[in-house]
Design a protein around this ligand. Structure first.
Ligand code: 3H9
Length: 689
């Protein structure tokens, strides 16, 4: 097997090359190879300077995350970083791609950094429940100052080079051959300058209190419930009291504490779960992937317009189609206004806005989209409307065009039944607002060709969405599970809990928002209409009764100024005791006893409801892995990432415990929907979960 680290000598420069695809992660073998190469170069009289460079698409993108679940093996990364920092010969990091985590720490320890234009550099460890554990918290503030280091480490956002004033991170940015530029740079270094390039003493910082206050208010506050950002802050502040070596020793202790934490285990799981969801088992296919450049969207309502925004931002040419010119104008204005507001907030430049709008073509003519590669139908949620559109599209667009529906609930098998190209019909279920929400459920029908699924997965990556492959059922995976969550929130309203208590219990659990506040925001009438159209779902009179009562008294949520809460003109929530009376009366008429619940009982009940539905969905084969379910909940429903997702959470509780709690809830409530599959634990074991 070729070595993962090789060395070549060129004009007195030792060029150390790492080649560990796909992202040059710092496995034990890479660390050992690098350490040997650095040590050898110190002793080799023919070497005047050293370059560290990587093959492939990126410089080292971090420690090997897969190794974190196992006992650490020598050489440890901090020892390698210190060997670089203490080198008596200048070391230059030649950077490209994504210089992240341990890769960034190695780069920071080097005396110089030369980067290819567009390189991303950062310390994203807190996203994995960790802190930088090989000098990042000590080296970065010595280079960019304490405030900037805190911002970079706590926000976990990389910097894209060149980026003034952050160019302080690198000594040269090049847009030509990286190795050639770095060799040229190496030739101009004066050897005597090497040791002054390192600061081993504590950092002097005047206004630490203000910096700390800012960090808490503006950075840590955005990462509610997470432990690692706080730990990272405490580690960074050590650089003002300790030498580099002492600081790194303390940093290592904090890193190990984080690495052993439940939050880090969940966040590392989430990282790999998302990768797994992007690579579903797709049957072999001989056809090559459909390349998607021109996309048409049918329907310029809020959903169609926000899908268009997502696509033009990704560089695609988009045709927005509406038969009604007035609706089309409204949709186009929505997009233009939203982009102007992004310019005002400094998120994009005026030129970027112009470029994005130039990729958008509003039209009322179906003939304009005859040569589209993909059509996404985002029309009104009605089976007859959708069938009509699909039949028309089948007659209009070229035969190899993929036809997708953005339906949230409807049976896409039935929609596909009206076209001749059934194998090229798929669901692309975007979440609202589509230009912001990361999740894309890709819905496979019983006809969809494997190459069409693979093309849709590649398309998701191109438009920066997290894909999750699901099968056809009412509500697919996310909304079907969410319905059981909403069902229990409604049941608890009947049983005497207030909207505030239920929402508080769920935000304390870590959900981004409570279920009733979400329902008020999205409109209570949407689910109401769907339930009325699908009475076969259940005949239980308690099912979503409070939501139904809200709609029937014209309380549709924020849009009518009243729903489970009242709203002022700034859309601020106001408690309304009147709704409690409505629910109490309904409970009395159905002989439901009202009682008190603790917040923990509430959150347990709602989470168990989604877990039970998730297992049922897995059993039915609607989705092929528990990881895909968790990916959906992390990216589409605000489930706390540091808890891994509902299925991971259940696994940590223990599947036998889950089964017992479900049986107890069935006894308590006498509702059959609580009955778990009786072999739930052995089934999950067979699934390897
Ligand atoms: C750290 O460094 C701690 C230190 O401070 C201290 C230590 C003591 N390890 O995402 P992609 C795999 S913590 C192992 O599809 P992209 C990934 O699973 C680390 N494997 O590509 C996938 O495998 P597969 C800090 C890794 O181009 C394949 O590479 N660093 C790692 O869309 C391709 O990945 C980070 O947190 C890894 N570190 O994005 C960076 N990284 O093909 C985490 C990736 O089998 N990584 N893989 O499914 C990323 O953010 C993205 O992967 C990256 C590439 C931006 C690099």
């Amino acid at each position: 097997m070729p070595s993962l680290v090789s060395v070549a000598l060129q004009q007195q420069v030792a060029i150390i090359t790492v080649n560990n695809p796909p992202v040059n992660a710092l496995s034990t073998e890479v660390r050992a190879g690098l350490l040997n190469a650095i040590n050898d170069a110190q002793l080799n009289q023919q070497v005047a300077s050293i370059i560290i460079i990587c093959e492939g698409r990126t410089f080292i993108a971090g420690a090997d995350i897969k190794e974190f679940g196992h006992p650490p093996k020598a050489p440890h990364l901090p020892d390698l970083v210190l060997a670089i920092a203490y080198s008596v010969k200048p070391i230059i990091a030649a950077l490209h791609g994504t210089v992240l985590g341990g890769g960034c720490e190695i780069a920071l320890a080097c005396h110089y950094r030369v980067a290819l234009e567009g390189t991303k550099i950062g310390l994203p460890e807190v996203n994995l429940g960790l802190i930088p554990g090989a000098g990042g918290t000590q080296l970065l503030p010595r280079l960019v100052g304490v405030a900037k280091a805190i911002e970079m480490i706590v926000s976990a956002k990389p910097i894209i080079l060149p980026s003034t004033p952050d160019n302080i991170l690198v000594h040269e940015v090049t847009d030509i051959d990286l190795l050639h530029s770095t060799l040229k740079f190496a030739k101009n270094i004066k050897p005597a300058a090497v040791l002054v390039k390192r600061i081993f003493t504590p950092v002097l910082e005047d206004d630490l209190t203000a910096i700390e206050e800012y960090a808490h208010q503006h950075l840590i506050a955005k990462r509610k419930g997470e432990i690692a950002p706080l730990k990272a802050l405490s580690a960074i502040l050590l650089c003002t009291q300790l030498s580099l070596d002492e600081g790194m020793r303390k940093e290592r202790e904090i890193f190990i504490e984080c690495r052993n934490s439940a939050q880090s285990a969940a966040l590392r799981y989430a990282f790999f779960a998302e990768k797994k969801a992007e690579k579903p088992m797709i049957k072999n296919h001989s056809e090559s992937l459909k390349s998607i450049n021109k996309v048409a969207i049918i329907g310029a309502g809020t959903m169609g317009a926000s899908i268009a925004m997502c696509l033009i931002a990704s560089g695609l040419n988009v045709y927005l189609v509406e038969i009604n010119a007035e609706n089309l104008e409204r949709g186009t204005a929505y997009i233009s206004n939203a982009l102007s507001s992004s310019v005002k907030k400094g998120r994009i430049s005026e030129q970027e806005k112009t470029a994005q709008l130039s990729r958008l073509t509003p039209t009322t003519e179906f003939n304009d989209i005859a040569d589209a590669d993909l059509v996404v139908e985002a029309a009104f949620e009605s089976m007859s409307v959708k069938k009509e559109i699909f039949a028309k599209l089948d007659r209009t667009v070229t035969v190899d065009c993929i036809l997708a529906s953005n339906t949230s609930y409807l049976d896409i098998n039935e929609i596909a039944s009206v076209v001749n190209r059934k194998d090229r019909v798929i669901g692309l279920h975007f979440f609202s607002p589509a230009h912001i929400m990361k999740l894309l459920e890709i819905v496979e029908t019983k006809y969809t060709a494997p190459y069409v699924i693979a093309s849709a997965m590649a398309f998701a990556k191109k438009i920066n969405k997290q894909a999750a492959l699901v099968g056809v059922c009412y509500g697919f995976v996310g909304n079907r599970m969410y319905a059981s969550y909403g069902r229990e929130a409604n049941m608890l309203l009947l049983e005497g809990c207030s909207p505030e208590q239920i929402d508080r219990a769920m935000t304390t659990f870590g959900m981004a928002m409570g279920p009733l506040a979400v329902n008020d925001m999205s409109g209570i009438d949407i689910g109401y209409k769907a339930r009325k159209e699908n009475p076969q779902l259940t005949t239980d009179p308690t099912y979503f009764l409070p939501a139904n009562l809200m709609v029937e008294s014209d309380r549709l949520g924020q849009k009518t100024g009243a729903g489970f809460y009242l709203y002022d003109d700034k859309k601020r929530r106001i408690t309304d005791d009147h709704v409690l009376k409505i629910f109490k009366t309904a409970a009395q008429s159905l002989k439901i006893k009202q009682r008190t619940y603790t917040d923990q009982q509430i959150s347990e009940r709602l989470i168990l409801a989604i877990i039970n539905e998730g297992v049922t969905i897995l059993l039915e084969g609607i989705v092929d892995s528990a990881e895909t379910i968790d990916t959906i909940w992390l990216n589409g429903y605000g489930f706390p990432r540091y808890k891994g997702g509902p299925m991971f959470y259940a696994k940590k509780l223990g599947w036998d415990q889950v089964r017992e709690r479900l049986i107890a809830l069935h006894k308590e409530t006498e509702k059959d929907w609580w009955l778990p599959p009786y072999y739930i634990d052995s089934f999950m074991e067979r699934k390897g979960f």
